[in-house]
Design a protein around this ligand. Structure first.
Ligand code: GRF
Length: 219
């Protein structure tokens, strides 16, 4: 197990992305293992998921700390204590301070349910519907000091259908999240990620040679 990449997964809620990462690990398909799942909310269902697999868990409630840095300091202590090498934000609803970011340079990733740089922030499926885009999707990116602004590692695209509700669009996007997040982690475990400023190269990833239109082409 010594050469498996050690992951620290941070959650705030349901943890379906956490589940997908666990499932890929169980299949032996990631070259990684989770050494800590930490939540800022004691009632996050993701904690139960982790415990079912005997993965160590911690609750660091932001309410117990007088400022963001004190919260981050405790989080950092827990992750470093678990030997974490890659920090994976999976529905983690807190903004990390520069203090925390400096401790894991190019070693913190997030998944966002929109095609960045469109629709950063929250409630983004509704915002995509309100804007009237024909495609949305999800993005795995490095975390920097901004909100959803870090260099992009992988994206997946889904169509938006007439009459979609935010829940329907969110479910269509989530299905893709569950594929591309494990894929991004595998890139890390295999040492295939090279970052040049904002541009991230994935070694030997190949190219997609397909264009999409929505509605589809006619004639
Ligand atoms: C996902 O849509 C993720 O992109 C966003 O929060 C949601 C978390 O879902 N950051 P889950 O907790 O992994 O089920």
């Amino acid at each position: 197990m010594a050469d498996l990449l050690k992951l620290g997964v941070l959650i705030s809620g349901s943890g379906s992305n956490l589940q997908s990462i666990i499932d890929h690990i169980e299949k032996g398909a990631l070259g990684a293992r989770i050494t800590m799942v930490a939540s800022n909310r004691p009632d996050a269902y993701g904690l139960t998921r982790a415990q079912q697999y005997r993965i160590p868990t911690a609750v660091v409630s932001h309410r117990d700390f007088e400022n963001r840095e004190a919260f981050d300091r405790e989080l950092l202590r827990i992750l470093q204590g678990a030997g974490v090498e890659l920090v994976v934000l999976a529905g983690f609803m807190r903004i990390l301070t520069p203090f925390f970011l400096r401790a894991f340079p190019d070693r913190i990733i997030n998944i966002h349910p929109a095609l960045l740089p469109s629709f950063p922030g929250t409630h983004v499926q509704q915002k995509a519907l309100d804007y009237g885009v024909r495609f949305s999707g999800c993005t795995v990116h490095f975390v920097d000091e901004g909100v959803d602004t870090g260099p992009i590692i992988i994206q997946a695209v889904v169509p938006v259908f007439a009459g979609d509700t935010a829940q329907e669009l969110a479910a269509r996007i989530l299905k893709e999240e569950h594929k591309i997040y494990p894929q991004a982690i595998r890139y890390f475990a295999q040492g295939r990620i090279v970052r040049n400023g904002r541009r991230v190269e994935i070694r030997d990833a190949g190219n997609h040679d397909a264009a999409l239109s929505n509605p589809p082409p006619e004639g």
